[in-house]
Design a protein around this ligand. Structure first.
Ligand code: F6R
Length: 608
């Protein structure tokens, strides 16, 4: 959730670190700080608030040095104050540490260190790392970090500099992502490629219980047990311009508009239209077992979980597989008992969500096969699964997920069509499904062309404090995702409900100040949705309907209609979510919210 960026090279570190922090700001952002080594001294500055505050503080400071570590924090232990911001130092001010993750035994370590005469300056768990590394230092920073790794329990991605080791940064990981960047004039380390993508696209992924020492010329890696590691750099697909707004006022809007392209990218090279069979090379390692599997469990969190909920209906329609969907945070604590040849599919844009990772590790222990649907190449979930499918959607900077969601839905459809063709779908059905998928990018562009109309609807209702989202079957998860999106970026209270449940409670809330977004495309349960809309109208609740183009009946009942093009019913969610995303965006915009960095939220939730 917090962000790490480090640089050791031939250029001044300050601007590179500040730029990196800005790219990471979406991960967590209640305070930030950096420490830069000038060869003799280490200068450290921290500030509460956005990176812009730290930048302002450092504006007129001439900070020399081309080795530094920087951090953006999302508070877990201790309030977001300057004292609690990273970097943290040891007693003598020799060691400076930044840390993502949670040290679970920090309380007992802190007590022990206090007894030994150490005075703590912060309320953080991270500070114990600084003191331990300081005490363990005996001339070799990497050995001091290695020893400290054996003393702490919990998760960490850390970066450390020491006054007496002027040419190096030591980084280590257990459970929190850390990536090394290799460039012509030095080395980077970061929790996320976004922090260094302007300088290099050559990366090496550090794995759990590994550490690395970075110098200007070189880097070396070893395990916590001091076994040397050789791993060559990979080239990442992300481009520097992915991290730019390109004229859009917010990343969220830019990413909503990227969807025709990202849906195409999820399908690129994967469609064999004539055969009606998608090609997914990433699942071939498990194909023999997968094609005969009849049980699957999808695990995920948040928006990715809602993608999984849509996936369940799609698999039910197209395959013979029984699919359950579980929130990873619940699944990981269940008593698991899998039927033979069960596959667990983890869906995660970041590939680093702590609960999802823990869920698949538990599933593996109990004998399930593991698949991942992940956007970040080389991320923990992509490595910990037996096989999988990448989204290839590029970086998503806006905290609220948009383009990755539609990409996840696209990939789930590809997987379901592929398995379905081996289980029950005819050639004609396969071809029809693929043709409908191919039409989606243009259809999404068509929905986007109604942005002004959707903005006008948002203007009409953004002052309403409570919203209801209703949908059935494929679009029930879209009702939940629509409500989540509105909550996240506009802070308006919204509930997503299966429309059939409305009469069992939420109908009591309906009043003229509570808009209902009814997702009601022409599909097999259209008539039922129409009845639910009537029920809302009879209680004088305003209705915004998301309906299929040319649906005149719905215009007679709904106050406002947003049209989506005609498609196969199981593909409607990919079109229907786009107006929901735009409605949330425009409401948040009218309310002057910090759209790309909503309060209290972080992009990648790497703590439980
Ligand atoms: C909401 C959102 C979150 C994430 C959730 C899981 O807009 O982005 O709900 O979907 O935190 O994250 P990933 O997909 O990275 O596992």
């Amino acid at each position: 959730m917090c962000g790490i960026v480090c640089y050791v090279g031939s250029k001044p570190a300050k601007p590179i670190l500040l730029e990196g922090l800005k790219q990471l700001e979406y991960r967590g952002y209640d305070s930030s700080g950096l420490a830069i080594h000038d060869g003799t001294h280490i200068e450290c500055h921290r500030e509460v608030g956005k990176i812009a505050e730290l930048e302002r503080k450092l504006n007129n400071m001439d900070i020399k040095g081309s080795i530094g570590i920087a951090h953006t924090r999302w508070a877990t232990h201790g309030e977001p104050t300057e004292e609690n911001a990273h970097p943290h130092r040891d007693q003598d001010g020799n060691v400076f540490v930044i840390h993502n993750g949670i040290i679970e035994n920090y309380h007992s370590l802190k007590k022990r260190l206090e007894k030994e005469g150490i005075t703590f300056r912060s309320e953080t768990d991270t500070e114990v790392l600084a003191h331990l590394i300081g005490l363990n230092f005996d001339g070799s920073l990497s050995e001091a970090v290695r020893k400290t790794m054996s003393q702490v329990i919990g998760t960490f991605g850390i970066a450390v500099i020491h006054r007496q080791s002027p040419g190096e940064i030591v980084v280590a990981r257990r459970g929190s992502p850390l990536i090394i960047g290799v460039s012509e004039d030095g080395h980077f380390a970061a929790s996320d490629v976004a922090a260094m993508v302007r300088y290099t696209n050559k990366v090496v992924h550090l794995q759990d219980n590994e550490l690395a020492t970075l110098t200007v010329k070189d880097f070396s890696m070893s395990t916590a047990q001091a076994k040397p590691i050789e791993r060559s750099a990979e080239t990442v697909e992300w481009r520097a311009e992915d991290a730019d707004l390109n004229g859009f006022p917010h990343f969220m809007l830019k990413e909503i508009y990227e969807q025709p392209e990202t849906i195409k990218n999820a399908m690129r090279g994967r469609l064999e239209t004539g055969e009606g069979v998608p090609k997914l090379g990433g699942i071939m390692p498990v194909w023999d077992k997968l094609k005969d599997s009849r049980h699957m469990v999808i695990v995920a969190c948040g928006t990715s979980y809602y993608a999984g909920c849509v996936g369940r209906y799609v698999f039910e329609k197209l395959t013979e597989i029984d699919v359950e969907v579980e929130l990873a945070s619940e699944f990981r604590y269940r008593k698991l008992n899998f039927a033979p040849n069960t596959f667990v599919i983890a869906i995660s844009q970041s590939g680093e969500t702590a609960d999802t990772l823990a869920a698949i590790r538990e599933a593996k222990r109990k004998g399930a096969g593991l698949l991942g649907i992940v956007n970040v190449v080389g991320s923990s979930i992509s490595r910990d699964t037996d096989a999988g499918v990448y989204n290839h959607a590029g970086p998503e900077i806006g905290v609220a997920s948009t383009k990755i969601f539609t990409s996840q839905l696209t990939v789930l459809n590809l997987l379901a069509i592929l398995l379905g063709r081996h289980q029950k779908l005819s050639l004609t059905e396969g071809v029809e499904a693929i043709r409908a998928l191919e039409a989606l990018p243009d259809q999404v562009a068509n929905v986007l062309s109604q942005a002004n109309h959707i903005q006008a609807i948002a203007e009409k209702y953004y002052k309403c404090d409570n919203w209801l989202y209703l949908g059935r079957k494929y679009n029930y998860p879209i009702a939940m995702e629509g409500a989540l999106k509105l909550k996240e970026v506009s802070y308006i209270h919204a509930e997503g409900y299966p429309a059939g449940e409305m009469k069992h409670g939420p109908i009591a809330l309906i009043n003229p100040d509570m808009p209902t977004v009814a997702i009601a495309p022409r599909d097999e349960i259209y008539e039922k949705m129409l009845s639910n809309i009537q029920e809302v109208k009879s209680r004088r609740g305003p209705v915004i309907a998301i309906a299929t183009q040319g649906d005149e009946r719905i215009r007679e009942v709904a106050d406002d209609v947003i049209e989506i093009p005609q498609t196969l019913s199981f593909l409607n969610p990919i079109l229907a979510v786009v107006p929901c995303q735009l409605l949330s965006y425009y409401c948040a915009s009218f309310l002057n919210r910090d759209i790309d960095k909503p309060r209290n939220l972080a992009k990648s939730v790497t703590v439980e």
